[in-house]
Write a protein that binds this ligand. Structure first.
Ligand SMILES: Cc1ncc(COP(=O)(O)O)c(C=O)c1O
Length: 503
């Protein structure tokens, strides 16, 4: 049968009679791309959807909603400004001025905007032209130069603007790189368990195989490199072509910072097994522990010298969504590639150009992230105070929550060394596990849903990120204001839940 006749006789193509049926739909679960159907994203999954229903009920009915709480506390997603984190003023000033350039020359602006903000907006507009125009597909060249300077200052190793791509958040970069990497359904990518579900979702969309490696909760969520190698060998033995390793550092959902030793081991494994190293470093500015500072994979790689420094293919991602910037809705980020072949670079460029360019608002956000006000500038004091204030608040909230979790029966929790999440373990009594089974839910989803219904606190069950079989967790951000109230509600719920499910 020819290709065309096969197409016309395929059961997937409707007849004209079917098409005239008013109930006929082209898009149904039988016809939608299977990879899309299979992709899962727990951070916005069933429990957050239920939280939205409850929020609407509270908004429309208030006290008459008959709920035992007055508000939903969204601890399911790292979305700082949804939880009242104030935007950094300098970024918003630059953003306002570049969006509406007439403000720069307005006589009153001198009274509203500091001189360095006016000057910076003016020079950015000279470089960009209009924020309503497409830019270079890799991002505005002068912004990429400033990103390169930022990386070089951070790492002590040169960075080349021609290897830097500005993106619509880190997610867009991750998706592009995985699309470039996956060329067969037999291709696999090592991902940490637990992991941020962008990776399993993006692998599902590309019909590729996730190859898990476990982070060790009792070793501050570090990794056992021998176990990673065992998993590579096992996957290859099963016919998977393992091509890359994803590392999230600082970790989501685990909130850990990897040790230097772990990082060097990872670089060696990538070299020896021929893997692209995908370093998700979006939380590099969320650091809470003096003994675990952030070190980039670029710095580790370059510091290791030959044969690693110039051979391991590395791509590292950063974003304006996290840190103290928290501008997730603006969609800005970048990735830097190292040691890619010229042919691969050409294809990375092509993928970026198919998407034309990342939003100019996001690119300007990246510019402020990598080149903030400097000491002596009129805006410096305010910028410093705001940034330090946010960092202090997050550290304090994480400590209050860890302490509270550790006091709960059957709960243990590692400290947050970085990022904006805690991932406590909950040992659930057999009666709760049986009740979850009867409800058709995993035990951690059962617990998280009951927590939501009783307190309005929305967390994500550990099963959405992956966890050691037989262990149960949930992930909570520590972004929400009113931590003391959160703790009070959680404690009351937990005690009642454990009492209810006692044997
Ligand atoms: C580890 C990790 N990578 C990437 C992202 C996505 O960031 P962006 O908003 O820059 O797309 C997130 C968001 O929560 C994340 O936690």
């Amino acid at each position: 049968m020819s290709y065309t006749s096969a197409l016309f006789t395929s059961a997937r193509y409707h007849t004209s009679r079917e098409a005239r049926d008013p109930n006929y739909r082209v898009l149904t679960p039988a016809t939608i791309n299977k990879s899309v159907l299979e992709a899962q994203y727990a951070v916005r999954g069933a429990i957050p959807l239920r939280a939205e229903e409850l929020r609407e009920k509270l908004e429309s009915k208030g006290k008459d909603a008959g709920l035992p709480f007055e508000e939903i506390v969204s601890c399911n997603i790292g979305n700082p400004q949804q939880l009242d984190q104030k935007p950094l003023t300098f970024l918003r000033q630059i953003s306002a001025l570049t969006e509406y350039p007439d403000l720069i020359s307005h006589p009153l602006s001198k009274d509203i905007f500091p001189s360095d903000a006016l000057e910076r907006a003016r020079s950015l507009l000279e470089e960009i032209g209009s924020t309503g125009a497409y830019s270079h597909s890799m991002g505005v060249p002068s912004i990429r130069k400033r990103v390169a300077n930022f990386i070089a200052d951070r790492d002590g190793h040169a960075a080349d603007p021609s290897k830097i791509y500005l993106t619509a958040g880190a997610s867009a970069g991750v998706s592009n790189l995985l699309q470039l990497l996956i060329s067969s359904p037999l291709d696999g990518v090592l991902i940490p368990i637990p992991q941020y579900p962008l990776y399993t979702a993006a692998l599902a969309l590309n019909a590729a195989r996730p190859v898990p490696y476990f982070l060790n909760e009792s070793a501050e969520w570090g990794l056992d490199i021998a176990d990673v190698e065992k998993n590579i060998d096992k996957a290859r033995h099963e016919g998977t072509n393992v091509k890359a390793m994803v590392v999230i550092n600082p970790g989501n959902p685990t909130g850990n910072c990897l040790s230097l030793e772990n990082m060097e081991d990872i670089v060696r494994v990538c070299y020896e097994h021929g893997l692209v190293l995908m370093a998700d470093e979006v939380y590099q500015d969320n650091i809470y522990h003096p003994n675990r500072p952030f070190t980039s994979f670029k710095k580790v790689l370059k510091g290791m010298g030959a044969p690693y420094a110039d051979n391991v293919e590395l791509v590292s991602f950063h974003s304006i969504s996290k840190g103290q910037t928290g501008e997730c809705g603006r969609r800005g980020g970048y990735f830097e590639i190292c040691n890619f072949s010229p042919e691969a670079e050409e294809q990375v460029y092509k993928l970026a150009s198919i998407q034309l360019c990342p939003s100019l608002g996001g690119q300007i956000g990246v510019d402020v992230l990598v080149a903030p006000p400097q000491e002596g500038d009129p805006s410096y004091a305010q910028w410093r105070e705001e940034k330090d204030g946010i960092a202090r608040t997050l550290k304090h909230r994480s400590e209050v929550l860890v302490e509270a979790f550790r006091e709960l029966e059957g709960v243990s929790c590692n400290e947050a060394e970085g990022a904006m999440y805690l991932f406590p373990t909950i040992s659930l009594p057999p009666k709760a596990i049986a009740a979850a089974k009867a409800a058709g839910q995993s035990p951690d989803a059962f617990y998280s849903l009951r927590l939501l219904e009783a307190t309005g606190i929305c967390v994500v069950p550990g099963s959405g990120f992956g966890q050691q079989p037989g262990t149960w967790h949930f992930r909570t951000t520590f972004l929400a204001p009113g931590t003391e109230d959160y703790v009070r509600r959680l404690k009351k719920f937990h005690e009642e839940f454990m009492q209810e499910h006692k044997e």
